[in-house]
Design a protein around this ligand. Structure first.
Ligand code: MN3
Length: 205
């Protein structure tokens, strides 16, 4: 990556995902939370010049090979940047459905879209405290659900994330308050399936 790392531009306006995610939440999430992770990551990463050519994926897949003193900083802040950039990308104001191709993959792995939907929501609602729910793939294209705490990434577990939902309270509290399950259910209306599938295909080919 190029140091210092720069913020990714949002692919839509702050109010584009309303009413599922309100403009104020989006603004604060992007300009304060995401930027906060990025600034802290740049600080931690500043003197790690040997690693400046690495990508977030290379860093997060190989945390053990980094200087021990940087593990937590890269996991928390590097993960924070990487996870949020995926989150911005897997949402879209354009109403979409999974393609026939991807529906088949979902059926193979979860039985049906409906049971995948249920399992994904269960994972997201079940995380105690702050964290993320993920749909991941391995190199063979096998799909798996996963939940992680804080900003921990499935990359550390050898799985590649293709869809995620941020269930930290900052992601939904202004509109949904304590009703995380409602936010998780609404999230399905703004999933960018086109992006998710492209990411899947690029990884397994
Ligand atoms: Mn967040």
């Amino acid at each position: 990556m190029k140091y210092p790392y720069q913020m990714m531009q949002l692919p839509y306006a702050f109010d584009a995902l309303e009413p599922v995610i309100d403009a104020k939440t989006m603004d604060i999430h992007y300009n304060k939370h995401y930027k906060g992770y990025l600034d802290k990551f740049n600080k931690v990463f500043e003197h790690m010049t040997d690693y400046h050519d690495k990508s977030f994926e290379e860093l997060l897949c190989n945390l053990d090979s980094l200087p021990v003193i940087a593990h937590d900083g890269i996991r928390d802040f590097g993960g924070g940047v990487y996870n949020h950039e995926l989150f911005w990308n897997v949402m879209s104001p354009k109403k979409q459905k999974p393609s026939e191709y991807f529906l088949k993959k979902i059926d193979m792995n979860f039985g049906s879209l409906m049971s995948f939907n249920e399992e994904f929501n269960k994972e997201a609602n079940h995380i105690f405290g702050s964290g993320w729910a993920w749909l991941c793939t391995d190199k063979t294209g096998k799909l798996a659900l996963m939940g992680t705490k804080n900003q921990n990434s499935p990359l550390e577990e050898g799985l590649y994330p293709i869809l995620c939902i941020d269930v930290w309270e900052h992601a939904y509290y202004l509109k949904y308050q304590n009703r995380r399950a409602e936010f998780v259910a609404d999230f399905w209306r703004i999933i960018n399936w086109e992006y998710v599938e492209k990411r899947y295909q690029n990884y397994i080919k």
